[in-house]
Design a protein around this ligand. Structure first.
Ligand code: SAH
Length: 343
């Protein structure tokens, strides 16, 4: 375990207090945050406008970033997958995905492991270890920005963000603040397994983040079979909560639907989904299943994927297909972490 903490573990006020205690001025604290967050410095001495005694004092107790890059994989499509080692030796994944136009999208994690145990997902195979702290989430963005510019953030990595809402929102505030990373809140999507009360809680934060709801099935029986931990909630509860989210945020909801060959990808499922979503505002994002070791599912054929999408579209439900990026880099949720643990 590293003794020294990452400086981003200090929120604004404690950071100013620490800098002043070391003989610095409040503006030095702001400068320091910018060096670490925006420039991603690896040693305080690289912050050339800070007084030397302040740097010496910080060095005794802190490091710029407490997470380190344990492994980096690059896929042929340009996706970079980062495995970050945390202060206590646990690992999380962050993925930097180039876009056809503009800056990259970064996918960040919010927990070490995940308690939701969706049957087709690698992240929940071994349960949850702990929540990430806000600065551990922010540090993922700093590491990603070392790969290249970041224009969008998707909170779709390991973990269920609404079960670590406070830290997730604190991290996103730093990501959106002009003093922080200055990424527009409209370019941030939070993906949730769908816990109605937690969605309402998120609506209260009053930020225009896009909500992505992991629906995966048009009826409760199939959904509960795929996500046994979601048995307490019905799809009707979820639709009600997402409507409230839309009313509060003005942002249309995205419905995520992992397409599992032969399980939820038949035309009857598409038609049931049409009936469920008729009259709702939002679009469906189809994710052809990425094969995960130790799960019994299979990827649907390309023809089945497009047939499903076209059935939705024909009935007026907007739908897109997200072919996972960086398959060669084990980019599907939780796969690099799992492989790392097994190796
Ligand atoms: N806990 C959040 C974030 C998880 S990951 C949530 O449940 O939404 C983001 C999306 O990828 C979720 O919709 C998740 O169900 C989906 N996913 C996970 N593993 C997958 C796999 N092997 N193939 C396709 N989609 C997967």
């Amino acid at each position: 375990m590293t003794e020294r903490r990452g400086i981003l573990a200090l929120a604004d006020e404690p950071l100013v207090a620490r800098v002043v205690a070391a003989g610095g001025k409040p503006f030095h604290a702001r400068s320091l945050s910018r060096w670490v967050l925006q420039r991603g410095i690896d040693r305080f001495e690289r912050a050339t406008d800070l007084p030397k005694p302040l740097i010496a004092s910080l060095d005794t107790e802190f490091v710029p970033l407490e997470s380190t890059l344990a492994e980096e994989k690059r896929a042929p499509d340009g996706t970079h997958k980062l495995l970050l080692k945390l202060r206590d030796g646990e690992t999380v994944e962050t993925v930097w995905m180039p876009q056809r136009e503009g800056a990259a999208t970064v996918c960040i994690s919010t927990q070490v492991g995940c308690p939701m145990a969706c049957r087709f997902c690698a992240s929940g195979l071994a349960g949850v270890v702990r929540n990430l702290e806000a600065h551990e989430i922010v540090e993922q963005l700093v590491h990603a920005r070392r790969v290249g510019p970041v224009g969008r953030i998707v909170v779709m990595g390991i973990g269920e963000p609404t079960l670590n809402l406070e830290a997730t929102l604190a991290a996103l505030s730093r990501a959106t603040s002009p003093e922080g990373l200055g990424i527009s809140a409209r370019k941030i999507t939070i993906s949730t397994v769908g816990i109605p009360d937690r969605i309402r809680e998120l609506a209260k934060c009053d930020r225009p983040y896009t909500l992505a709801l992991s629906l995966h099935a048009p009826d409760d029986a199939l959904r509960h079979d795929l996500i046994p931990t979601a048995r307490k909630w019905t799809i009707a509860d979820l639709m009600e909560a997402t409507r409230e989210y839309f009313n509060a945020s003005g942002r249309e909801v995205t419905y995520e639907y992992a397409l599992l060959g032969g399980v939820n990808d038949r035309e009857s499922h598409a038609l049931a989904l049409v009936r469920l979503l008729q009259g709702e505002r939002g679009c469906v994002n189809l994710i052809p299943y990425n094969s995960v070791r130790d799960t019994e599912f299979r990827r649907p054929t390309e023809a089945d994927v497009y047939a499903f999408r076209d059935t939705l579209r024909r009935h007026g439900v907007p739908a897109t297909v997200r072919w996972s990026k960086g398959l060669a880099a084990d980019a599907a949720c939780g796969q690099l972490r799992i492989r790392h643990q097994a190796s």
